[in-house]
Ligand binder design. Structure first.
Ligand code: PEP
Ligand code: MG
Length: 320
């Protein structure tokens, strides 16, 4: 009956052949856990931590951050939670990061670049996360905590963050792949850290050299572009070769057909706004891994975003 159906756990993300594809939530507040789980989130693939910092005039203390992270982890006890280190820059200026005006903030000192220039802020955040992990685990309500850095551009930065996070007590450090240079060296990047998560919003912006917040160039901002898909495929291939997880946490994962393409290119989990989970879950269930790979190959072979999408639609069509 209806009440039973509403309370029955939603099926986990999987392809038609049973290949598991964990479906995770993009969240920005610890209090959003219950709603995401009700929509079938199997964990968190991107927890944005900016809320702790953006309204503050000084950096939040370790204790303040730890309390927020404990609430988050307890809300997802037993599940995976991927937290992103502070992603600030001149577009979201923070006085305590010493942000100066920049003509091109998307290309400036943001993400890991800003954290590295203010290492105590990074140390405090990672320490608060490690302590929250230990405290919730001790209470039997721990989650599987992974922590990743935003706006990483080099293998050296990957090595730096991975080592620094481990020093601070983080068990599973990784990097976001948002800069084409990082995707192009994915084999070396994944050899240097535990996992990658592709941020398709920024990866598209930087691949197409089109500001993602500028309406006059919005037509360039399509993650269907085969240039973007090829970078995703490179990261997916490196992940498979090295046995390292490659998640997707940009908006692209919320498009039901593009989600199938991304899995065909090697993504091992998808993270999205919770409202998108149901449609993506249904779309994955309709295709096997072999079908996903051939739909992805059709999109990759196209010359632009619109024809990549059309090729994927045709390849996915059951009348084919
Ligand atoms: C991305 O760039 O795709 C991403 C997930 O991060 P944000 O949208 O917060 O920049
Ligand atoms: Mg980003």
């Amino acid at each position: 009956d209806r009440a039973a159906a509403a309370s029955a756990p939603l099926a986990a993300g999987a392809l038609a052949d049973g290949t598991a594809v964990p479906l995770l939530a993009n969240l920005g507040k610890p209090g959003d856990a219950a709603a995401a789980i009700a929509l079938g989130a199997e964990g968190v693939g991107l927890f944005r931590t900016e809320f702790l910092f953006l309204s503050a005039t000084e950096a939040p203390t370790v204790a303040e951050q730890q309390a927020a992270y404990e609430q988050l982890l307890a809300g997802f006890a037993g599940k995976k939670v991927v937290v992103r280190a502070l992603d600030a820059g001149a577009d979201k200026p923070l006085s305590f990061l010493g942000d100066a005006h920049e003509e091109n903030p998307a290309l400036g000192r943001r993400g890991l670049r800003a954290l590295r220039a203010n290492e105590q802020i990074l140390r405090d955040q990672l320490t608060a996360l490690a302590q929250a992990d230990a405290a919730t685990t001790a209470r039997g309500e721990g989650a599987e905590l992974w922590v990743m850095a935003p706006m990483v551009a080099t293998v050296e930065e990957t090595e730096y963050f991975t080592a620094f996070a481990r020093e601070c007590g983080i068990r599973v450090p990784g990097v976001m792949v948002e800069v084409p240079a990082l995707a192009l060296l994915a084999d070396r990047v994944l050899a240097a850290t535990d996992f990658a998560s592709i941020g398709t919003n920024d990866l598209t912006q930087y691949t197409m050299a089109a500001d993602r917040v500028l309406g006059s160039v919005a037509s360039y901002q399509s993650p269907w572009h085969p240039a973007v898909l090829r970078l995703v495929a490179d990261v997916g291939f490196a992940g498979r070769t090295l046995g390292k997880p490659v998640g997707i946490c940009g908006e692209a994962a919320a498009d039901p057909l593009l989600a199938v393409v991304l899995v065909g290119l090697g993504a091992t989990s998808l993270s999205m706004a919770p409202a998108a989970l149901a449609d993506v879950r249904a779309s994955l269930r309709a295709h096997t891994l072999d079908q996903a790979k051939s739909i992805a190959a059709a999109a990759l072979a196209a010359g632009d975003a619109a024809s990549a999408r059309a090729a994927a639609v045709a390849a996915a069509s059951p009348t084919r």
